[in-house]
Design a binder for this molecule. Structure first.
Ligand code: SF4
Length: 670
């Protein structure tokens, strides 16, 4: 028997102290497997169906190891909801139960912390342009005298980002030990707590910032759990990529301008300094003019409309802005040496480096030298003007994942409720392992302990048009079926879409014809507010796109039906997808079966998983896309979800809810 397993067994501390705890063989299996991985050490990938209790199953063995061996373990998740669950519920519970003196801390990006030095400089609300912003600045100043954490997430008032930016920590402007506020610094205190902790909770984004910065963001750690690991490829792709755009450059130049315009910055310096400052300001205005023309060239290349499009080498002769950026960068470096005030010196140096880094990004993105990357532009009309942003992202992240992650840290646990997928010879964990560059690891697949066979009815209607053949008929039929389902259920419905366009068309149609149906539409309110309203108003249909397919937890009777309007294939014209599809074709592989289908199956499982969040939950999952029945690949979706009952008639939905039992005559799916 092991320390961890004992705790979960009958009569163990966890079993004894967790109200309503039931021993789950799947959880015990996961505890043992994680222990083995730690002892190896080896990496392990675990698909743990909903309700396995995976967070306790990895936390306990890792806490035990971290305390015994004086190690540090990072637990990284994709959603804030899971971070909160770990930090507010699971870890405090384990502190009470384990009684082995382990410590834990939350790691957030440093821009979430107030910087006392910046706050001191901005403590004059008159520096803010509008009354509203002045008020917000006053609120921050008052809050700073009370807060213990200095974290923006702990504020209870609304704040514009531009106001917070004047108070938040910027890593390259931080003076560290030389700062007069170092003793009271919120970020320093948080780092001290993190350094003395065994378990660190963070998000994938910060983890990848740490990995790509050579470990400058998080304390050194020896073990890693990647929860919600099905999201890793997307997050890593973003972090291994580069971008450059007019809005970012404008923000950078505004910063340089305001640093150069600081009151009295030339005081106590040599006589020629004011002239040099004027010269630097002229360079900034020149750069604004040159970059304005440079980015506007996007309209010549792509035309005047909002779009996402790939571009070719030579479309944007970037030397035009690289030269002035480099000149400004070296001028600011030289200028920084002339200031008497060390703070001003550091600020100038930091801006010089930012200009240098921006120039490197421009060279990388527009130079298009690295053929392993895909390059594209996003052109959008914003209230504040046009936004032209240009991106480069790796087509295949597996090599970087090996170099930056798997070759450096072991043990790593990758887990999620949706990692298993189809994919021909890559079926099972093959697809995700291949995408993430994960080799030689232990594997564990655990079914959910919930009773799907009795508690879930899948409704797969017949006669709906194929969306690829007749989209407008398909859309109309989807609308009609949503209304019919609503008429049976009276609400408590999630309708999941794959595009805003279809969501809006269906939502407009329904609200135009049925005023009694309460539609909560993604985009009308912030996501968490929509969910809150949905939980309280049981006569609603919540309509959402991809962000609602995952990371949303509505247990109990507030959610009794999930409608999957269309199978979640990613858009093939999306630049990253398109490049991945091309790359597979070039290698003689079938991109549909090797990439698009397994990816869609994982997302489908996520959508399906919204319904049953606890033992007592029951309800209907309606899949309105006929391809699940009519196409050969449809069975890959059906076999990916737990076994449950199936119907093609609305009457059975009625019976299901009226009787509280399954409709008679239905047969379990094979
Ligand atoms: S140490 Fe850095 S973050 Fe902290 S108050 Fe000083 S400058 Fe700001």
């Amino acid at each position: 028997m092991s320390f961890s397993r004992d705790l979960f067994e009958e009569g163990g501390k966890i079993a004894g102290q967790l109200h309503g705890y039931e021993i789950r063989p799947q959880q015990l299996q996961m505890v043992e497997a994680v222990e083995q991985a730690i002892t190896g050490p080896r990496n392990i990938i675990v698909e743990a169906g909903t309700g396995v209790g995976k967070s306790l199953a990895y936390l306990v063995p890792f806490i035990d190891w971290a305390v015994r061996e004086d190690r540090k373990v990072v637990i990284s998740t994709y959603t804030k909801a899971l971070q909160n669950q770990l930090f507010v519920k699971d870890l405090p519970f384990l502190t009470r139960v384990l009684d082995i003196g382990f410590r834990y801390a939350m790691c957030m990006g440093s821009e979430n912390y107030a910087c006392l030095r910046k706050a001191r400089k901005n403590s004059i609300p008159d520096l803010f342009e509008t009354k509203k912003r002045k008020k917000q600045a006053e609120n921050i100043i008052r809050w700073l005298s009370e807060t213990e954490t200095g974290l923006v997430t702990d504020m209870d008032f609304v704040l514009e980002k531009s106001v917070w930016n004047r108070f938040s920590r910027e890593s390259d402007l931080c003076r560290g030990r030389k700062c007069p506020h170092n003793e009271q610094c919120f970020y320093r205190k948080a780092r001290l707590k993190q350094s003395s902790s065994h378990i660190l909770i963070t998000n994938h984004s910060l983890l990848f910032t740490d990995i790509t910065s050579g470990g400058r963001v998080l304390p050194d750690f020896q073990g890693l759990v990647l929860d919600e690991a099905h999201t890793l490829e997307d997050v890593a792709t973003r972090h291994f990529g580069r971008d450059a755009g007019n809005v970012r450059l404008q923000y950078l130049l505004d910063g340089v301008d305001s640093a150069l315009g600081g009151k009295g910055i030339a005081e106590g310096c040599g006589s020629g300094l004011e002239e040099k400052i004027r010269e630097a300001k002229e360079m900034v205005s020149e750069l604004r003019a040159v970059s304005g023309k440079f980015f506007k060239r996007a309209e010549e290349v792509f035309g005047k409309r909002d779009q996402t499009a790939r571009f070719d080498r030579g479309d944007f002769p970037h030397e035009d802005i690289c030269g002035p950026l480099e000149e400004l960068s070296s001028f600011l470096t030289g200028l920084s040496r002339d200031f008497a005030d060390p703070d001003v010196c550091e600020v100038m140096k930091a801006y010089a480096e930012r200009c240098g880094r921006f120039k490197e990004s421009v060279e990388f993105v527009f130079g298009r030298e690295d053929e392993r990357y895909v390059y594209w532009a996003d052109i959008r009309t914003r209230k504040t003007g046009m936004s032209y942003s240009f991106h480069a992202a790796p087509v295949d992240i597996s090599g970087q994942m090996k170099t930056y992650l798997f070759e450096r840290i072991c043990p790593v646990v990758l887990t999620s409720a949706t990692l298993f997928s189809s994919g021909g010879d890559k079926a099972g964990f093959g697809f995700i392992k291949d995408r993430l560059g994960l080799e030689d690891c232990m594997e564990l697949h655990l079914d959910s302990p919930f009773d799907y066979a009795n508690n879930v009815l899948t409704y797969l209607p017949r006669g709906i048009a194929d969306p690829n053949r007749d989209f407008s008929v398909f859309r109309r039929q989807v609308r009609d079926d949503i209304i019919r389902i609503y008429d049976i259920m009276g609400g408590r419905i999630f309708a999941l879409f794959t595009s805003y366009e279809m969501l809006n068309a269906v939502a407009d149609d329904i609200s135009g014809s049925r005023e009694d149906i309460n539609i909560l539409r993604q985009g009308d309110l912030p996501r968490y507010v929509l969910l809150d309203v949905f939980k309280k108003r049981h006569n609603s249909i919540l309509m959402g796109t991809m962000t609602f397919w995952q990371g949303v937890d509505v247990p109990g009777s507030s959610l009794e039906c999930v409608i999957i309007t269309k199978l979640p294939f990613s858009v093939p014209s999306d630049p990253i997808n398109a490049a991945r599809i091309e790359s597979m074709r070039e290698r003689g592989l079938n991109p549909f079966y090797g990439y698009q289908l397994p990816q869609a199956v994982i997302m489908f499982k996520q959508g399906f998983g919204r319904l049953i969040r606890s033992h007592s939950d029951r309800g209907v999952v309606a899949v309105l896309d006929p391809r699940i029945r009519t196409r050969r690949y449809g069975k890959e979706f059906i076999s990916a979800i737990p076994k449950c009952q199936q119907t093609d008639t609305l009457q059975d939905i009625k019976t299901f809810f009226q009787s509280g039992d399954m409709p008679r005559g239905d047969t379990p799916q094979s």
